[in-house]
Design a protein around this ligand. Structure first.
Ligand code: ADP
Ligand code: MG
Length: 688
């Protein structure tokens, strides 16, 4: 008898044609077949009399074939229709493509179970319904709950159901279970063989749901096992500095803040304080929407380092952002003895060398700059903390370089890209995550609306009025140059046109991705200084720039942007006291695009938007699966299964705490599954 790892061609009922189709669905072994799970179920335990069918419902009827025919429809296409009836009425079943019609099934008088969505065309009808005879041979007609597999139309459900059902009967009990009965019982999970049986041949929908929960648990457990191993690798190597944090130090730092901290800031500062006091290196991600007050939190951490006679570094993705941080910190630290230095490019060599010398001599407490701070010949005397703004611009490589510069400084990564809690847990297994989920008081939400493109003229008049009143505006386009294929307005031509035809009285700046970094910076600096009234731009303004006087952002072709991009863009306005406006012009061509526009206009909460984004795109797309080594999840849904994820995470971390190398023979199966899941990416995990 064939085993689980043998080719699916040895499974009962699989001939060459089916083999080919199964292979194309990613099913190669008999094991794959067992784990090829239904996408849905048809509940046929409820039979509806034909007279009670309602248009739009999914329903199942039990009826006899009256007549069946294939015929030529419009444009000569081969179509098929079958008339069936029960004691209460007649129903027409329609196939618009006769290829998917199995004429042999529909002999007059034969009783069938027919399931489909009810529609209306000269009477009630179902288009391409599922049909199974109730008589001998078709074992599945007796089953009340039928699995519906994700198939191409070439492979009919009924055939695959039979193949899988017999594979389940023959092979499911051979599946080794990595968890013992006691373990499963305390978690209310079925045995693996039982789950595989029930997911294909459930006795009830509840049983199917329980089966899915078990498969999802296993998947999440393996994922979290990888995270636990990865974290153990990171932790083991890094002993760090144990900073001293006394109530006096704490009070002294807090006196620097001109406002009461938000609850979220207080909580996060406590988390960071705890990490920094511990004798191991901090590796923490601070996430919070634009404007949630991350800078203050970072400042707290840096001042704690300085109070411990250590240096701190703050790194930003661009020079302009580094300069912006410098301005901000200078204001918070006015009148203190803390020595700040901005390591900007383009300074005379003499000045730069002098600054480097002071840094190496410990005469600078807080150094600000771009990644250049950790490259080249810059040396710190006793670097204790590194804060990295917008961590995704800062690669692993640079983190490694940083570590060479000093004995494991604490690291605080900051990002304004909200990541749903659930995903942060799974993706950043090797980081601790702190979340600022509360905005400082007194912020006005940016008024957000979307319009059809015809309304653009009105927006121009609106901009004219606001700019005349002393405010500034952004106009954003997706591309730099006209592209015939996409037929989008380009920023360059539009800037010219806006200048000449619409706003001859205003100064218009242009910013796009093809400009050199220093050109971009110059334009941004000038816009910020008020030398342009309107900035026409591609999405390069996405990151961090703060222009409190800009109150309007217009986005053309808004349907082309992702939710995260729109949210980031919106963060550029509403940074000052005045009411701000986010005006989207769009022609959504499908439901997803329309949904994105509705979502962005209905909330300014970055975490809600991120969750919606995750829901719409799935975790792989959302985060770039490969970059993070996140395997695709087939059974689990990170949002829906959050509780299960937490359970799996706790269990996996416990397991690694007890058996850090998974060397115990009892863990051999888990280890094998881990290797199977992370094939070729084991370096990410550092298993023993
Ligand atoms: P982020 O870096 O997260 O975008 P910032 O740290 O720049 O946010 O803070 C945004 C604005 O909110 C700043 O003007 C800052 O002074 C202000 N702010 C921060 N925390 C508070 C608070 N607790 N109460 C009032 N205003 C705050
Ligand atoms: Mg910031």
């Amino acid at each position: 008898m064939p085993g689980l790892d043998d080719s699916v061609q040895y499974a009962k009922g699989v001939g060459p044609a089916r083999l080919d189709m199964l292979n194309r669905l990613g099913v190669h072994s008999i094991r794959d077949l067992l784990f090829f799970v239904p996408r849905d179920y048809e509940d046929r335990s409820r039979i509806t009399p034909i007279k009670d069918l309602r248009v739009g419902d999914k329903a199942t009827v039990r009826a006899r074939v009256i007549a069946a025919e294939t015929y030529r429809g419009g444009r000569g296409r081969a179509m098929a229709r079958v008339e069936v009836a029960d004691d209460t009425g007649h129903l027409l079943c329609q196939w618009f493509n006769a290829r998917y019609f199995r004429a042999d099934l529909f002999t007059p008088g034969r009783e069938m179970i027919i399931s489909g969505t009810v529609s209306f065309y000269r009477g009630v009808q179902m288009v391409s319904p599922q049909c199974d005879p109730t008589d001998g041979g078709e074992a599945f007609s007796a089953a009340r709950i039928l699995p519906v597999y994700p198939l191409t139309e070439d492979l009919p459900q009924s055939g695959l159901r039979r193949v899988i059902r017999s594979a389940v009967e023959q092979h499911a009990s051979d599946l080794p279970d990595p968890f013992d009965a006691e373990y499963l019982k305390t978690r209310d999970l079925p045995a693996l063989s039982e789950a595989v049986r029930a997911i294909h041949v459930p006795e009830s929908l509840e049983q199917a749901a329980r089966a899915r929960r078990r498969l999802a648990y296993d998947e999440l457990f393996i994922l979290e096992l990888a995270m636990a191993l990865r974290r153990r690798g990171v932790r083991a190597e890094e002993s760090g500095i144990a900073f001293r944090l006394t109530p006096e130090i704490d009070a002294r730092i807090r006196r620097r803040f001109p406002f009461a901290l938000t609850g979220a800031q207080r909580r996060v500062i406590e988390e960071i304080g705890r990490d920094m006091q511990a004798p191991k290196a901090m590796n923490r991600l601070l996430q919070g929407d634009v404007g949630s007050g991350k800078t203050v939190v970072a400042l707290y951490a840096m001042l704690l380092a300085v109070a411990n006679k250590r240096q701190a570094a703050l790194m930003a993705p661009t020079e302009i952002l580094a300069a912006q941080h410098h301005d901000t910190l200078r204001r918070y630290l006015a009148g203190s003895r803390v020595r700040l230095e901005l390591f900007a490019g383009g300074r005379p060599a003499r000045e730069r060398e002098a600054a480097n010398r002071r840094l190496a001599a410990g005469e600078i407490d807080i150094a600000l700059g771009t990644h250049a701070l950790v490259e080249g010949d810059v040396r710190f005397q006793n670097l204790g903390l590194v804060v990295v703004d917008e961590q995704h611009k800062f690669g692993v490589l640079q983190r490694a370089r940083l570590r060479q510069k000093s004995l494991h400084p604490d690291v605080l990564l900051m990002t304004a890209t909200p990541i749903p809690r659930t995903l942060a847990l799974t993706v950043f297994g090797d980081l601790d995550v702190s979340t600022l989920d509360e905005m400082p008081p007194g912020r006005r939400p940016v008024a957000s609306r979307w319009y059809p493109p015809e309304k653009l003229r009105d927006a121009h008049e609106f901009i004219r009025a606001r700019v005349a009143a002393g405010e500034q505006a952004f106009v954003v386009y997706p591309l730099v140059e006209d592209s015939e294929t996409l037929d989008l307005k380009a920023a360059t031509t539009s800037a010219l046109q806006l200048q000449r035809e619409v706003f001859p009285e205003f100064r218009i700046g242009l910013l796009h991705g093809r400009m050199k970094p220093d050109e971009k910076e110059r334009v941004m600096v000038e816009f910020r200084a008020g030398r342009y009234h309107i900035l026409v731009s591609t999405i390069v303004i996405e990151v961090g720039i703060d222009v409190p006087n800009s109150t309007i952002m217009v986005i053309e072709h808004a349907e082309r942007y992702g939710l995260a991009q729109l949210h980031q863009l919106r963060g550029r306005v509403g940074r000052g006291e005045k009411p701000s406006f986010f005006l989207l012009f769009a022609e959504p061509k499908n439901d997803d695009a329309r949904r994105r526009l509705d979502v962005i206009c209905s909330t300014t909460d970055g975490f809600k938007i991120a969750e919606e984004d995750l829901r719409m795109r799935g975790p792989g797309e959302f985060f770039g699966t490969r970059q993070h080594g996140l395997p695709e999840l087939r059974h689990a849904d990170i949002l829906r299964d959050f509780r299960l994820l937490q359970l799996a995470r706790r269990d996996a971390f416990d397991r690694v705490a007890r058996d850090a190398r998974l060397a115990d023979p009892a863990n051999a199966l888990l280890r094998a599954r881990l290797e199977e899941t992370f094939k070729g990416r084991m370096d990410l995990i550092q298993v023993g």
